[in-house]
Design a binder for this molecule. Structure first.
Ligand code: SAH
Ligand code: SF4
Length: 375
């Protein structure tokens, strides 16, 4: 693990004000950006210049936008490019291929995001909320509760920051162009629905209006908020949906994923299947394997039956070896039990691949983001 140098910090606010972040360029669609520039007394085309800097060239610092007159730069910087994220600490592992940043937001709230480099792609794992209100007992984020929703721009800016880190060649052995975004950091993205959907639009709109990522390369992971899954299917944004199931029976899922008391296993799976039918995108089922808790052979068979009964080719399963979290009594499954779990699902005709979770040594893997330990 390597601690990377960070920018000098202002002292954190003594009494942070919780609230919505200041408005930022990335909150606005291209038409609203032009209108905002005109309101500032600037020509509308400045909006395109700003978008080209921010989304096209990944320049976040107004001072570096030297094709704008200095006075315009100041006006625009104050009104549309406030600093949303201040890096507090950056950690790296896997020879620099996994990098986690802890951010302080304008009101003192803390969030984390993670960049992962692979031979064929560079992926950023973003946070959509500071904390999370869903209370899954095996997840570090869930333990502290929800602080607040992030704004659209606070989400987008995490990606733009890491896109520039990747573009600068920080990931040895990976492409320099950031290609994938997963909403698997802190928070439940579908509990911050409108802002997350807007963020996906900013990420996938063609450059320079947006970042120009492929919709297929964006994954939204949800604990299973059924009405929001149906709404997402209707957005015309065929992103990949991942459903965090973790148990195939309501009795256990009620405990592991408390929102199951509201939407049951069958309802969540039906919504995931409808998502597939509407978008044509194969859904992922996430299943953190917890020793002697949810890794029983009969649960693998039950899951296999539930998924194959809804059809073929619509789903695949990602078992995730449980990552340790502070104070948790649970551990990952025995490797032989994990192998048997995978084999059983495959025998039911369900494609299954164990997720390679990155960043355990820097507490940057699935479920470990907690943002509690500012230096
Ligand atoms: N709130 C969303 C997305 C963030 S969590 C969701 O729950 O889907 C991303 C994934 O990490 C989810 O599948 C979540 O269940 C899983 N996860 C949480 N804690 C974990 C842990 N300790 N070990 C392994 N996976 C974990
Ligand atoms: Fe929230 Fe997801 Fe963690 Fe559950 S697993 S507490 S939904 S972040």
């Amino acid at each position: 693990m390597t601690a990377l140098p960070v920018l000098p910090l202002d002292p954190p606010d003594a009494e942070p004000r919780r609230g919505i972040a200041p408005r930022h360029l990335a909150d606005l669609d291209p038409a609203a950006r032009r209108a905002a520039l005109v309101e500032l007394g600037e020509p509308a085309y400045r909006a395109d210049q700003l978008s080209t800097h921010y989304f096209g060239r990944l320049v976040r610092d107004p001072a570096a936008m030297t094709d704008l007159p200095a006075a315009a730069r100041d006006r625009v910087a104050t009104a549309l490019l406030p600093r949303l994220l201040t890096p507090v600490r950056e950690l790296a592992c896997d020879g620099g291929d996994t990098r986690k940043t802890l951010w302080r937001l304008h009101d003192g709230a803390l969030v984390e995001s993670v960049l992962m480099g692979y031979p064929d792609r560079a992926t950023v794992c973003v946070s959509s909320q500071a904390g999370c209100g869903m209370g899954c007992p095996f997840c570090a984020t869930g333990q502290a509760g929800l602080t607040r929703n992030l704004s659209t721009a606070e989400i987008v800016d995490q990606v733009v920051w890491f896109a520039s880190v990747a573009a600068a060649g920080a990931l040895p052995g990976s492409p320099r162009r950031l290609s994938h975004v997963v909403f698997m950091g802190m928070g439940e993205p579908l509990a911050n629905y409108a802002r997350v959907v807007e963020a996906v639009r900013r990420l996938t709109d063609p450059a320079p209006g947006g970042l120009g990522l492929s919709q297929r390369h964006v994954t939204v992971s949800t604990v299973g908020l059924v009405p929001a899954i149906d709404n997402l299917a209707g957005e015309g944004l065929p992103v990949t949906l991942a459903l965090s199931l973790h148990a195939p029976d309501d009795e256990l899922r009620d405990e592991l994923v408390p929102v199951n008391t509201r939407w049951k296993v069958a309802e969540a799976l039906d919504a995931a299947h409808r998502y597939y039918e509407t978008t044509g995108r194969r859904v992922s089922i996430e299943y953190a394997l917890i020793r002697d808790v949810n890794d029983h052979y009969w649960r693998a068979d039950l899951l296999g039956r539930l998924l194959s009964a809804r059809g073929r080719g619509w789903v695949h399963v990602n078992p995730i070896p449980l990552n340790p979290t502070p104070g948790s009594r649970w551990t990952a499954s025995d490797p032989a039990v994990q192998d048997d779990f995978v084999d059983r699902l495959r025998r039911h005709g369900v494609p299954t691949t164990v997720r390679d979770t990155r960043g355990r040594e820097i507490d940057g893997a699935c479920g470990q983001l907690a943002a509690v330990s500012a230096p």
